[in-house]
Design a binder for this molecule. Structure first.
Ligand code: ADP
Ligand code: MG
Length: 261
């Protein structure tokens, strides 16, 4: 083992944030048929930590975060979220999903429901909370993402940036302990990226534990505690933004940075 890989592994195991462990991935493998999409993934994310995952298309970024909330089932290794180890037990999966909010590249709002109804649907159906309580919480969340005036409109009446902020509010409505973002700004027109990133910065500053797949390196530099670089189904390098941008160790990281910066 080289010195570089030793320090890489140490960084992958070192939970940031409060130092208390929120997510642990240990030697996680994922296969799609004969293709291995995740190879021996080791990563610990601390409570209140913000981890940005970047890397070339097809490197396994989405697969990794989809395994963390069990949209995909990993084939080997261990994933633990807030003390709950992911297993085949349906109740276990529901328990984890309740703790983990997810925001996708495509906002996936229900077109036939108003913004308010989109946000309150899961809390009402899954948590069985009364309407007045879910409505007032939804309005607080819309204030937080700065679009309370859109509450009674339908998704198609909103811009992409506004719809993505609704998607964030909708995920927060379940009071998750962790938020996963999969390229939340890559489907947006450039002028709308900032308003979504601003909402994510606010969320990070509020102490949310976040894993964000993104190539917004300005955001990563400003908000990430650590950056994970993936390539070819593996974690190639993990480090603080300072380390990552000024002193990347691996050739694949250097090449990637030279292409996107
Ligand atoms: P990234 O998000 O880094 O672009 P993904 O995690 O989406 O990469 O995909 C990693 C690899 O796994 C890609 O080669 C992709 O084609 C493959 N893959 C992802 N999902 C599936 C699936 N459901 N079935 C088969 N192959 C898949
Ligand atoms: Mg992806």
């Amino acid at each position: 083992m080289t010195d570089t890989s030793t320090s890489l592994i140490r960084d992958a195991w070192k939970a940031g944030g409060t130092g208390e462990e929120m997510i642990r991935c240990e030697t996680v493998d994922k296969w799609f048929g004969a293709f291995q999409a995740l190879r021996q993934i080791d990563l610990v994310v601390g409570r209140q930590e913000v981890v940005v995952v970047c890397g070339p298309s097809g490197s396994g970024k989405s697969t990794l975060i989809r395994c963390i909330n069990r949209l995909e089932k990993h084939d080997a290794g261990t994933i633990v979220v807030d003390g709950i180890e992911l297993s085949d037990d349906v109740r276990n999966i529901q328990e984890v999903r309740r703790e983990v909010g997810m925001v996708f590249q495509q906002f996936n709002l229900f077109p036939h429901l108003t913004i308010l109804e989109n946000i309150t649907l899961a809390p009402r159906q899954v948590r069985r909370l009364p309407k007045d309580e879910t409505d007032s919480h939804a309005m607080e969340l819309l204030e937080r993402v700065k679009i309370p005036e859109q509450a009674h409109k339908y998704p198609a009446q909103l811009s992409g940036g506004q719809q993505q902020r609704v998607a964030i509010a909708r995920a927060l409505a379940m009071k998750p302990k962790v938020m996963l973002f999969d390229e939340p700004t890559s489907a947006l027109d450039p002028e709308m990226i900032k308003e979504v990133l601003d909402a994510m910065v606010e969320l990070a500053e509020s102490g949310m534990t976040m894993i964000v797949v993104s190539h917004e390196m300005g955001f990563a530099r400003a908000v990430a505690d650590r950056i994970v670089f993936m390539a070819d189904s593996e974690i190639v390098e993990v480090g603080t933004p300072e380390h990552f941008f000024t002193d990347p160790q691996e050739e694949r990281t250097k090449l990637f940075l030279s292409q996107i910066l």
